[in-house]
Design a protein around this ligand. Structure first.
Ligand code: GLU
Length: 490
């Protein structure tokens, strides 16, 4: 099975915006194909029409594109094994179901929803596991064919009732399933749509998928798929079930612990390279020490043999760290572009556009050290784009200085010192010297009195470096804000 040219796929169901865990499967599938010089296919598994969510397909493609994951075949680009929407491939599933019925490996089931409900209730009452009891399995084929013409029915797979089904998983090794515990699952629904199990097997075969790489939550489906391959006489792909992703509390990843839509991370100001790096290491490692790694290394070195079977832990702090790393590592020009973009997105509409490029450029290097996610940019530099006093609670001045009297003293001393700088000398060195000089005047350490100055100038007790900020803000605006603050504490 593995001497064929490698072809992997990502086969999402269009049930909304793909979440990070799901995209990790796409990334690993893609990276594996690329590392082997193989092909990567995008297939939309849209046979469950009740769960269909409008615009999911766009969101799926946008998520992949954002991370730089490209596909060789798919719903938009087509390809030799299309169509790539399962809803457009119904005849393939029907044909497979027919074949299996003819071979006696599948059967039509005419049981009504009411009967199945009663069966479930009886099983629950008897504390037995739920499952179909096989009533229609014994129907004679001629009678079954006759009833099929007029009666609604599904097609069920006739699971072997004895023995075991063995999965040789690339990551998990050998996993053995008892056939007696398997259900005669529905392959084809009464509306003619296949269930996931039939569709995935038919399409992975038709699309010549060599490696089926997917999340661990699908491992319980593997025996059904293996039996389908067996019954159809088709060559199986290799299976690789990726480790679960757990939250930091080591519980199943939930919305609260980080399992949100991938694009939410983009919209909160995470960089695609940080996300790729982060996802790549959720269950895989290049070696025992590399923590920073890019798409290039991933697609060159990715190997299923280095995926660990035990669960990976989703740690947002790790993602934050990586985002900060990539922010600091990028070229100046790209950083300036990002600052301009996020300032434009985040600053209030009351600030006239276009924003002053010179100010943005001057602020960009100051922001680099302070920003973890890009959505923080606007708040940190808003004070540079307004003329009046930034909005803040006057009580904050006293609180940050220790008390109101100290705040008044700090502001008075700062105004005197800064006012002493001639307009032509308003540069970082002079501003810094003036403010550091206050340590002696006030008998206070810089870190004690500087927060009150931050509040006066920026409206917040911390922010981008103050001395540089005052230079960008200019002498008059700086003094104006300090005087306004003085009036507020006075
Ligand atoms: N349609 C399934 C999903 O939504 C695909 C599972 C598989 O990769 O086989 O994840």
């Amino acid at each position: 099975m593995t001497d064929r040219p490698v072809r992997t796929r990502y086969a999402p169901s269009p049930t909304g915006n793909p979440h990070v865990g799901n995209i990790r499967s796409a990334l690993f599938s893609w990276a594996f194909a690329r590392s082997r010089g193989g092909q990567f296919i995008l297939r939309i598994e849209d046979t469950d029409r009740l769960r269909f969510v409008e615009h999911s397909v766009e969101a799926i493609m946008e998520s992949l594109r954002w991370l730089g994951i490209d596909w060789d075949e798919g719903p938009d680009v087509g390809g030799p094994f299309g169509p790539y929407f399962q809803s457009q491939r119904l005849e393939h599933y029907r044909a497979a179901a027919e074949t299996l019925i003819e071979r006696g490996r599948a059967y039509r089931c005419f049981c009504t929803p009411e009967r199945l409900e009663q069966l479930r209730a009886a099983q629950a009452a008897a504390k037995r596991p739920p499952g179909y009891d096989g009533l229609c399995r014994g129907l004679n084929p001629a009678e079954s064919a006759r009833r099929a013409a007029s009666e609604p029915h599904v097609v069920r797979f006739a699971m072997p009732r004895e023995g075991t089904t063995v999965l040789q998983d690339v990551i998990r090794g050998e996993v053995v399933f008892e056939n007696a515990l398997q259900d005669d699952f529905v392959m084809l629904k009464s509306d003619g749509f296949p269930t996931y199990h039939l569709a995935v097997v038919v399409d992975d075969t038709a699309m010549r998928i060599t490696h089926c790489i997917r999340g661990d939550e699908w491992i319980s489906s593997a025996p059904k798929h293996i039996q389908l391959y067996e019954a159809l006489g088709w060559e199986r792909p290799a299976w690789a079930h990726l480790p679960l992703i757990l939250g930091p509390d080591h519980k199943k990843l939930s919305k609260r612990s980080g399992d949100t839509a991938l694009l939410d991370y983009r919209d909160r100001g995470y960089l695609p390279e940080a996300m790729v790096n982060f996802l790549a290491l959720l269950g895989w490692a290049l070696d025992d020490h590399t923590t920073i790694l890019g798409v290039e290394e991933l697609t060159r070195h990715f190997d299923l043999a280095r995926v660990v079977p035990n669960p990976a832990v989703f740690d947002i702090e790790r993602l934050n760290y990586l985002n900060g790393h990539y922010i600091r590592a990028m070229e100046d020009t790209r950083w300036e572009e990002l600052v301009a973009e996020w300032a434009d997105r985040g600053l209030p509409a009351s600030i006239p556009r276009p924003l002053d490029r010179a100010v943005l450029r001057a602020a960009a290097p100051l922001l680099r050290e302070r920003v973890t996610v890009l959505s923080e940019v606007a708040d940190l530099i808003a004070f540079l784009f307004t003329d009046g006093t930034p909005p803040y609670d006057p009580a904050l001045l006293a609180e940050k200085a220790g008390d109101a009297a100290t705040a008044a003293r700090v502001l008075e001393a700062a105004i005197t010192a800064l006012d002493g700088i001639a307009p032509a000398d308003w540069q970082k060195e002079a501003v810094e010297a003036a403010l550091r000089g206050l340590e002696g005047v006030l008998g206070l350490k810089l870190r004690k009195f500087i927060p009150a100055l931050y509040v006066a100038v920026m409206g917040r007790p911390t922010g981008i470096p103050l001395f540089d900020s005052l230079v960008i803000l200019g002498r008059e605006r700086t003094l104006g804000r300090l005087r306004a603050a003085q009036a507020l504490v006075g």
